[in-house]
Design a protein around this ligand. Sequence first.
Ligand SMILES: O=C(O)C(=O)C[C@]1(C(=O)O)C=C[C@@H](O)C=C1
Length: 444
Amino acid sequence: MAAILTPATTGPHSTRLALPIAKPKLPLQRTHLVRCVHRPEISPFFHGAVGANRADWQSACAILSSKVATTSQNHQRTPQHHEAGDDTNHSLVPVVNGHGSAAAALDLVPVQLPQPLTIADLSPAPKHGSQLRVAYQGVPGAYSEAAAAKAYPNCDAIPCDQFEAAFQAVELWVADRAVLPVENSLGGSIHRNYDLLLRHRLHIVGEVQLPVHHCLLALPGVRKEQLTRVISHPQALSQCEHTLTAMGLNVAREAFDDTAGAAEYVALNGLQDTAAIASARAAELYGMQVLADGIQDDSGNVTRFVMLAREPIVPRVDRPFKTSIVFAAHDSEGTSVLFKVLSAFAFRDIGLTKIESRPHRQRPIRLEDEASSGGGGAAGTAKHFEYTFYVDFQASLAERRAQNALAEVQEFTSFLRVLGSYPMDMTPWSITSSSSNSSPGSQQ
Ligand SMILES: O=C(O)C(=O)C[C@]1(C(=O)O)C=C[C@@H](O)C=C1
């Protein structure tokens, strides 16, 4: 599992995979990240203190420990490191003017000694020259990996098994950024990520729109007539539904975690009766045959991804910006809150690009007296759902009109959070450019 997090080996643009079915990187799992956080006693910096699940926590902490190992190879230990309990053989470390340089030159100092973390190790931006680590959901060949490469060219893309693992990877400094899908032009919103944006404290620092071009993949030599099943990510299945039917593929559809993972599954298990919907790059990576190309129901199929970071960026006014907010109504405002909030933007001529509503997690249902809700009849309780609203508007938080609109919105809402103010992806959509590397802007 250590291969998951080993930095700088399998970024989206590096050459990879001599063998078609070998997995380039295993996805990072939430359990790895949780262990790293909740078991501080098992520190990656104490190579001797390893329990039965050593492989698990080691993979979660591989980036940090490899960094430390590299540092310790280059580092001259100072005398204050030689304390009781230190397993260094002191007699082998002659100190010259407070430095162990002579010993290092003689190759007498063990090279894997733990070193303390420095502020530089924990700096939010990667050090000059090093690769940005970008978490995405899925395995190599997933569209999310292509989106990560478009957002951050030459990044080290880190696969995660779930969306939540990608959020946590950034929160726990295993990754510097996450790139996650939020909506598709055919399939609609990816609700899970809206819920996670609220539950986690990351900031949206950019967006990237990726044309999604699906292929029907099968094992080499398999014909369409042999298929009894098509598997893929639910979004991909829904984006190709009409085309599959038109192709006469009235076979079972089954959901898989991600498109490339579906292709890999068919390849690894030698399934002659199953096809996967995935990218052409997934076909290459997992040695699959492209049975049909461009099977999305609309040739202009596009998925919008958000770029997430631990820190917000400073909003600017020198290019088109978008701001994403989330809010819930005051009890007294009831359902009219949405109208009032939208007016706050309309009066200032601020355009909206997206509205999404999700159930209010803490209070999904409101009970209300019928008389007070205008029912007019006998006393009783009317029930209606409570929502949390997400709105994207076309203005930068640096603009006075946006600040005024938000001040007004705050008056009608019980809670209001700015998820991010970030440059809009203005790159034109082109049907064939799903693997394009053009960045929507400077690295955020
Ligand atoms: O499964 C993948 O390849 C993904 O990157 C996920 C995902 C999604 O969640 O919408 C991304 C883009 C496509 O819309 C289909 C699937």
